[in-house]
Design a protein around this ligand. Structure first.
Ligand code: SF4
Length: 359
């Protein structure tokens, strides 16, 4: 009997986003980076950064990608943003495969629709240029303002949309004259300038003062609602994901291991790693999760553990966990997990799926 079968009747949670067609979809992405410095015993060393990663982003909804440092979150976001090319797998925008997009994921049209917000608001703005310059550039590149007057109007409107007011005072400033939170608002305004459909926010608040994190997350949520954006919120903080995301996808050492509607996943986590994350992030609104023992560290992705990469840390690991990766099991509608506690079936390899077209 599997672990899932031992549970009694579970509460039913639904993912309302599942009825909305995805605007951006990743299917079975895999990413391997060659390691600099050459080979070991004649073999090129590689970092297996991402394995079989799939996600659907839907207009008007937030998906949180949750995991520790080195879990593959940023690699996934950068592939979605067209900054890295996947080793295999595919990305679809509005249902069109990247292989059939003119210019693929490097095209201006794709970048207009899919914008990435970086973690570090200090590094993402050029210290030598004013806020006007940072916002004028994307408006000009993506032809969102025809005249100088239009440009000025659009820049002021962007500043107002991210609550940097009075906008006239911010437009002339240099990045060093702004706080971290204000800089991140400028970075968000810059991402909004091309009128995108998708925002990929890579740890957007982790470098900000705790006191302003909530404001920035509320801003992103408001913008997502007002502009019907699909929002990917990348975070190591599963507690914040619960409050800001409709769906949570948990990653560990480059593997997607559990996903579901936020309430379901937080209240009834199935994967031992999700349970570990939650036991480290107490939340009074959640049913108690027994802390796991033997927490250990994330593995190296140069030579990751075979099978389920969590097995060296998992108190429930069985022999099969050390050799095979478990097939995805649907616990209930829209809530799935990859764990041998819920299935005996093995996942099929995805490495035979061809990579998107080269740039
Ligand atoms: Fe633990 Fe095995 Fe499940 Fe991995 S597959 S989390 S090692 S029980």
């Amino acid at each position: 009997m599997t672990h899932a079968m031992q549970h009694g009747a579970a509460a039913v949670y639904s993912d309302s986003s599942a009825t909305v067609s995805p605007i951006l979809e990743a299917r079975n992405l895999r990413k391997v980076f060659p390691v600099g410095g050459g080979s070991l015993f004649g073999r090129q060393q590689t970092v297996k950064a991402l394995e079989d990663f799939s996600v659907c982003l839907r207009p008007g909804y937030t998906t949180a990608l949750v995991g520790e440092s080195g879990s593959g979150k940023t690699t996934a976001a950068r592939i979605l943003a067209g900054m890295y090319q996947a080793t295999s797998g595919d990305i679809l925008f509005s249902g069109v495969s990247s292989r059939n997009m003119p210019g693929g994921l490097q095209s201006r049209k794709y970048h207009q629709h899919v914008q990435l917000i970086f973690q570090d608001p200090f590094a993402s703005l050029n210290a030598a240029h004013s806020i006007r310059y940072h916002l004028a550039r994307p408006l000009q590149i993506y032809h969102k303002a025809r005249t100088k007057t239009d440009l000025e109007i659009e820049i002021l409107a962007l500043l107002q949309r991210v609550s940097l007011t009075p906008a006239e005072q911010f437009i002339q400033k240099l990045p060093h004259e702004l706080s971290g939170g204000q800089r991140q608002r400028v970075a968000i305004a810059r991402a909004l300038a091309p009128k995108p459909s998708v925002l990929l926010a890579d740890e957007p608040v982790s470098m900000l003062d705790v006191s302003i994190r909530l404001d920035i997350l509320n801003l992103l949520t408001r913008l997502k609602d007002e502009e019907n954006l699909a929002l990917l919120y990348i975070t190591h903080d599963i507690a914040s994901a619960r409050y800001f995301a409709d769906t949570i996808l948990v990653m560990y050492a480059g593997q997607s291991i559990e996903s579901g509607p936020s309430e379901a996943l937080i209240k009834e986590p199935k994967h031992p790693y999700t349970q570990l994350l939650l036991s480290a992030a107490p939340d009074p609104a959640r049913n108690s999760v027994e802390p796991l023992i033997g927490k250990g560290e994330s593995p190296s992705l140069i030579n990751p553990p075979a099978g389920c990469r969590f097995h060296p840390r998992c108190p429930f690991a069985k022999d099969i966990c050390r050799t095979g990766f478990p097939k995805r099991t649907e616990i209930q509608k829209d809530h799935w997990v990859n764990c041998f506690l819920y299935t005996d079936a093995l996942e099929t390899a995805s490495s035979d799926i061809p990579a998107p077209a080269a740039p």
